[in-house]
Design a protein. Structure first.
Length: 319
């Protein structure tokens, strides 16, 4: 017996659209989907994905992220276009300066430039314990990195340098928040407050060590507020965020789902579109049943295995 040894089965957006179209008689098996139908089915697929964003945990979209704090700032915009700085932990890299750098320098000596690319965001920890953020122009032998905006004050050899490409998109949820102490890599849980509890804080801009937070989800951005606010940068904030499932934009886009979800996608797209085509009643019921079945089968593993604890109700409070 010989097996493939392969576990990398992938479908594209148009593979899924074609299978859904075949289910609901939108296209003959030997025919090619016309561009208008492809556009219609892609729009339905993306509306369906947006509906599913709020259903379930979507464990594969839970990401550990780092918010790089700024002195005296309480509120941070968590979105791709934000001027604040927040990245997945796996997406940013840390190196150090390999020489003392004076104010107004744009060419900095670094321990390593591996992974740096033009237009990446880069933050340099200055001697006054603030982060100077700019973008990368280029790298060179030494190694050195040339930055767009010169450092405003001195930075000593050994100072941390952080760089990454993109901010995270607007999170759907923030599930837990921790203060990350840079010097010793220690994470300490922070309180994640409700809107009303946050509103009740009398002085949200009090200077000190951050120990509480509030996530404000809005239509185009999510905002993470912290209190107390730091006067210098000794800490970052790390949090667990549920990020949105990505859109299916291009013909060759792979779905931002584990492959176990492919049939759920196909059948549920067909379930939404079936009334627009000549689908017999019996076939409609088959599509409806398949949509529910395959969504249930995919979702059954979309949960975290955790311990459950039981204790006796000694005081009769469960009555």
């Amino acid at each position: 017996m010989s097996t493939s040894g392969s576990t990398n089965f992938l479908l594209t957006r148009d593979d899924i659209i074609r299978d859904a179209a075949l289910l609901c008689n939108a296209v003959d098996r030997e025919a090619t989907l016309n561009p208008t139908l492809v556009t219609d089915f892609a729009r339905t697929a993306n509306m369906l994905i947006r509906t599913w964003r709020n259903a379930g945990m979507h464990l594969w979209k839970q990401k550990e992220t780092t918010l790089f704090l700024a002195a005296s700032q309480s509120r941070y915009d968590l979105s791709l276009s934000s001027s604040d700085h927040v990245a997945e932990n796996s997406a940013y890299t840390k190196t150090t300066l390999s020489a003392d750098e004076a104010a107004s320098q744009t060419v900095l000596s670094v321990t390593s430039s591996t992974g740096m690319t033009a237009a990446d965001k880069i933050g340099i920890l200055l001697d006054d314990n603030t982060l100077h953020w700019t973008t990368i122009v280029s790298t060179g032998a030494g190694p050195v990195v040339t930055i767009t905006t010169a450092i405003p004050s001195a930075a000593a050899s050994g100072s941390e340098v952080y760089f990454y490409t993109n901010n995270i998109p607007r999170p759907l949820r923030v599930d837990s928040v921790r203060r990350y102490h840079i010097a010793d890599n220690i994470e300490v849980p922070m309180d994640l407050l409700s809107r009303s509890d946050w509103a009740d804080i009398p002085d949200k801009l009090q200077t000190g060590i951050p120990f509480r937070s509030w996530f404000d989800l809005q239509r185009t951005s999510g905002y993470l507020s912290i209190s107390n606010v730091p006067s210098t940068i000794a800490d970052f904030v790390r949090f667990t965020a549920t990020l949105p499932i990505e859109d299916l934009d291009a013909t060759t886009d792979n779905p931002d789902f584990p492959e176990e979800w492919y049939l759920a996608l196909v059948y549920n797209i067909a379930d939404v579109k079936k009334f627009g085509f000549n689908v017999p009643a019996a076939r409609r019921r088959e599509i409806e049943n398949g949509a529910a079945k395959f969504l249930g089968m995919a979702a059954i593993e979309d949960r975290e295995e955790v311990s459950v604890y039981f204790a006796p109700d000694l005081y009769g409070r469960g009555r």
